[in-house]
Design a protein around this ligand. Sequence first.
Ligand SMILES: Cc1cc2nc3c(=O)[nH]c(=O)nc-3n(C[C@H](O)[C@H](O)[C@H](O)COP(=O)(O)OP(=O)(O)OC[C@H]3O[C@@H](n4cnc5c(N)ncnc54)[C@H](O)[C@@H]3O)c2cc1C
Length: 378
Amino acid sequence: MSNRSYSSQTKNVVIVGAGIIGATLGYHLSRRAGMTVTLLERDLPGAGASGHSFAWVNGFGKDPREYHTLNRRSLDMWYRLAHQLDADVGIRYGGEMRWENDPRRATQLRQRVRQIQTWGYPCRLITRAEMLALEPHLHPGDVLAASLSEADIHVETDTFIHVCLQRACEAGAVVHSQTAVTGFVVRDGSIAAVKTADAEFPCDVVVLASGVQTTELASLAQVQIPQQQSPGIVIKTTPGVEVLHNVAVIHAPATDEKHQHLHLRQLSDGSLRIGQGTQEGINRDDSQQHADALLDRARTYLPRIGDVQAIPTPVGYRPMPLDGFPVLGFTETVPNLYIALMHSGVTLAPLVGEMATLEIVDGVPVDWFAPYRPERFG
Ligand SMILES: Cc1cc2nc3c(=O)[nH]c(=O)nc-3n(C[C@H](O)[C@H](O)[C@H](O)COP(=O)(O)OP(=O)(O)OC[C@H]3O[C@@H](n4cnc5c(N)ncnc54)[C@H](O)[C@@H]3O)c2cc1C
């Protein structure tokens, strides 16, 4: 992090991107006295990765321990943020339930549960009877091991982003949708203004919360933030009857050798979101056939889903730094440019929004971000 402190000068912050990270940061910054906050969004808020996300808030599969702890802290902060926002922010509580039907994977699940229990994660092995008590409509098939991570939640990102931006605007922030940032006015090595096709927005600090486009925008200021491509698919369905009564997310085993694990959640309108594989799994198949196949597989575990329709969803691109870990902080070369780029941004949004505000407004380097500074890419 740059040695320069912004605590005395910072007034005018321009955030580029109104996904879950830009919106959460906009909310936190706008709560501080004397701040002028402007969000510039080239599309509509939430149209990027946040709108394509499976949006499971968790620390389950996050390694190493330091990164797990970062996610765990943020998971715990979701509860307070929801309370502060004082509205329905689209959270579904109830935890994540998963099970395995293959001996090797069952052993891996038992080992993982034990490991994250020693890290203090609220996760435990459960019996088939406990699974069915939680979700009576589930037809899990063979269960060799099952777990419940009770603190995990999912978030309806559109609802959450809408509430955050509403609260930020009530506190004086301004959101410009369909306004793409095209460049920067650089003066004495710092960004003096952010350029769009029609205007220039003067600023003391610029935050790039622009997801996959962060690499391209940072390069306009001669800053290198490399990313890897990470396409993924989470299909939607039309609304149906309630199939999940208690848990927020389920992870079901593959139905056969050819397929990957299935993950599923149900939204408040009764529609489902279904994906396969891991949270970082690559998938580019946005065909109707693929969407129908995922829904059919979900029906084998939850026959009560009935005749809802699968809606294919365009490929979503995860913001994915080259080493997979977040990029957070001011850059050394352009000292008023702050980067907020990460995968698992739905999980990390409360922590990043609040801690980045300490760095931007109070001028303190937050230790939790030390492993994730932009300069690690040279
Ligand atoms: C398929 C999939 C599954 C996922 N599952 C999970 C999960 O289960 N749990 C989890 O925690 N995370 C998950 N993620 C990751 C998570 O969704 C992202 O990390 C998070 O949404 C990133 O939020 P963001 O605000 O940084 O980026 P985005 O939501 O992409 O927002 C960036 C915004 O910047 C705007 N923008 C870009 N360029 C410009 C410009 N030039 N001018 C103005 N605006 C611009 C874009 O339009 C966009 O709205 C998943 C992602 C995908 C794609």
